[in-house]
Design a binder for this molecule. Sequence first.
Ligand code: DQA
Length: 140
Amino acid sequence: KKIIIINGPNLNLLGKREPQIYGSLTFNEFFETIKEKYPNVSLEHFQSNIEGEIIDKLHEAGFSYEGIILNAAAYTHTSVGIGDAVAGIETPVVEVHISNTFNREDFRHQSFVAPHAKGIIVGFGLQSYELGIQSFLNPL
Ligand code: DQA
């Protein structure tokens, strides 16, 4: 199974960015652990702070991969373009967030991705990504 994790803006700072909200592990530390745990899954990771690069990656993966796990970060709440990209591709997209966006500021309650996502996993820390992977491995 080919699955890609796509991370949006500021998630390159994981580990040092607001650790009380996002934890103190870097994404790469977490990603190494998760790759060891799921050796039969072909797992890739892409991060960009640039909206158009995230859209390009969705287009690239969206017709050939089995699953996309998308944390569009702040663009979740602002980007019609990313929402449209998710709507326009074939690969199912699971939206994930590290923090529980619903117990934070009002502007984080809106998602342009959610209406087009297969499902949403919010608030489990980095485990949100692992739950996203599992959702593709164990469809009921
Ligand atoms: C986030 C939540 C967003 O509101 C925020 O802008 C982020 C990270 C999360 O994973 O909790 O950058 O997507």
